[in-house]
Design a protein around this ligand. Structure first.
Ligand code: SF4
Length: 413
């Protein structure tokens, strides 16, 4: 049962995955695939636990699937159906839409879903380019699915808006303006996002070297886009790193420093003090920025647990915001001053990390303490006997704060 109130504090974003594999092996993909033999589809019970966390995310920021391909889940349609209607505005997901003959039932269900939006990966309308990037996909399957999906979506007022995501590299950069135009005119585009690819150890180094666009090319593309009457955004992945350590391309270095400069980039690369969760299909939950993870399978009241965790994360918000401003400032500086500021920043980051570790330990101690367990067990009864606004109510709140180590952990919602 979902118990959240719309006024509750929220995570910046919640990422979820219902599988840990994909039907494709895109050349720039950063995801660590399980392989089909070890794929772990999220089961119904776990999915329902995940659903209890919906109130903890803002609209459009509960990502049902992002790192892998949701349409390969054998029960994807049923899972979609089970998302509570009042929270569907929170949900979005990303798909490559390249499964052969995507089922009509799924397309119909999606068209009625009222989700916040869906992202479709689309790198080219040229079959050769598309297939060279989206390895394992057939362009004919993709376009067939896209045609059917947009036809059905155009007839439904509950259909989610479609955002297209294009990974920009040398082979498709010239096509970018026409991609925007075609998506807007033929394929119901609400927005096109152009993304610089993530570079990880898994990327083929030669491919990265051959496909990295220069700063001038990127700038030229942005310039052409700005003249079009369509909605688009430019994004660079956080943690972007140079394509090839042996490369000494000054153009590329300039490109990196420009997109990291908050004054010049179109889209933020430094997220504002994020409180984010990443839920894997196995049930493992990682808390972004903290070296901790939990197993959702073992948490009987996930909403309470992650809401209380959020209370603790918020204690650091003020300092994290300060740090973000500091990072932005440091990036604007150059030379010796920048070096001094950056080392100061590093020591602040270390301080913040230590503080976070302490808070996580405290949370765990508090939750396992006898007093806290007792308080939670009797909470509903105590709330009835000691209503808010009475002397007894005030007294019980003081006692709760003492038991919660001054962290203002609520005992019930
Ligand atoms: S579709 Fe997405 S998850 Fe699948 S291989 Fe491509 S980039 Fe990776």
């Amino acid at each position: 049962m979902i118990t959240g109130s719309p006024n509750t504090k929220q995570y910046t974003i919640v990422f979820n995955d219902i599988t840990n594999d994909c039907n494709l092996r895109c050349v720039f993909c950063p995801s660590p695939f399980s392989g089909s033999k070890n794929n772990m589809f999220m089961n119904e019970e776990l999915f329902q636990k995940v659903m209890t966390l919906l109130p903890l995310a803002p609209d459009g920021n509960f990502v049902l699937s992002c790192g892998f391909e949701p349409t390969i889940h054998p029960h994807f349609t049923e899972l979609l159906k089970s998302i509570p209607m009042q929270y569907r505005r929170k949900v979005c997901f990303t798909t490559n839409l390249a499964r052969r003959n995507l089922s009509d039932v799924l397309i119909e269900e999606l068209s009625q879903s009222s989700l916040h939006h869906i992202n479709i990966s689309l790198d080219s309308f040229d079959a050769g380019v598309y297939e060279s990037l989206r390895r394992g996909a057939r362009f004919s399957d993709f376009i067939n699915n896209l045609e059917r999906l947009t036809r059905v979506f155009s007839r439904s007022c509950s259909a989610p808006p479609i955002r297209y995501i294009t990974v920009v590299c040398r082979s498709n950069i010239d096509e970018v303006p026409s991609i925007v135009e075609k998506c807007a005119k033929q394929y119901l585009s609400a927005e096109n996002e152009f993304r610089y690819f993530w570079i990880t150890d898994r990327c083929d180094r030669q491919w990265v070297k051959d496909n990295t666009v220069t700063y001038e090319e990127w700038k030229d593309m942005a310039n052409k886009l700005s003249k079009l009457p369509y909605r688009y955004s430019l994004a660079a992945a956080p943690g972007l790193s140079p394509p090839d350590p042996s490369s000494s391309s000054s153009e590329y270095d300039r490109f990196i420093s420009e997109i990291q400069d908050p004054q010049k980039r179109a889209v933020h690369t430094i997220p504002p003090a994020p409180h984010a969760l990443w839920i894997q299909s196995t049930g493992r939950v990682d808390v972004f920025g903290y070296d901790v993870h939990f197993d959702l399978n073992n948490i009987s009241e996930p909403y309470d647990f992650f809401k209380n965790l959020l209370e603790i994360l918020w204690l650091s918000t003020e300092r994290a915001n300060e740090l973000r401003l500091f990072v932005a400032e440091a990036l604007k500086l150059r030379g010796e001053t920048a070096g001094r500021r950056l080392s100061e920043m590093e020591s602040r980051i270390h301080g913040l990390k230590v503080e976070r570790e302490r808070l996580v330990d405290e949370l765990s101690d508090i939750r396992s303490s006898f007093g806290y367990k007792l308080m939670r067990f009797y909470a509903p009864k105590i709330d009835r006997i000691c209503p808010e606004g009475t002397m007894r109510g005030q007294l019980i709140r003081i006692i709760r704060r003492i038991i919660s180590g001054e962290h203002n952990l609520p005992s019930s919602d």
